[in-house]
Design a protein. Structure first.
Length: 147
């Protein structure tokens, strides 16, 4: 059973989910989660922690917002399903020895974040959702997803 655990840079990966321009007007506190996301990615770069970034249907929803620095990301990948756990992501994870923990942030909490977390937990990984770096259109949706 997966339990809460200590995070160590050598066994951790950051997942940045769907931080795209078209979500900016609809997602509550989007500017705040961008700011926290930037700091998380800066920390990941400083600590040498791999980063995986997805974009939900970028043809229609646009690219990752400019404020999020994609420099050094292990993978930046378009997707058309809710979960970030795609074959390419699984392959990237398999290339990183000893991954035990995923730090997950982005949008929307009750859809893509929740589905990604459930799939990763189902694969035996510890998932740490950064509460102040995730949001939804509705705060009620966000609240129930984080429970």
């Amino acid at each position: 059973m997966t339990t809460l655990g200590n995070l160590t840079p050598s066994s951790t990966v950051f997942f940045c989910c769907d931080m795209q321009e078209r979500f900016r007007p609809a997602i509550k506190y989007f500017g705040d989660i961008i700011s926290v996301g930037q700091r998380l990615l800066q920390g990941a770069r400083l600590l040498g922690i791999p980063v995986i970034i997805t974009e939900q249907y970028p043809k229609g929803l646009g690219s990752t917002v400019q404020e999020i620095d994609l420099t050094g990301a292990k993978l930046v990948l378009p997707k058309t399903k809710f979960s970030m756990v795609l074959p390419e992501v699984e392959a990237a994870l398999a290339e990183i020895p000893g991954v035990r923990s995923v730090i997950l942030f982005g949008v929307e909490t009750h859809v893509c974040i929740q589905q990604t977390a459930l799939e990763l937990i189902g694969r035996g990984l510890e998932v740490h959702i950064v509460a102040d770096a995730t949001s939804s259109r509705s705060m009620m949706d966000r609240m129930f997803a984080l429970e």
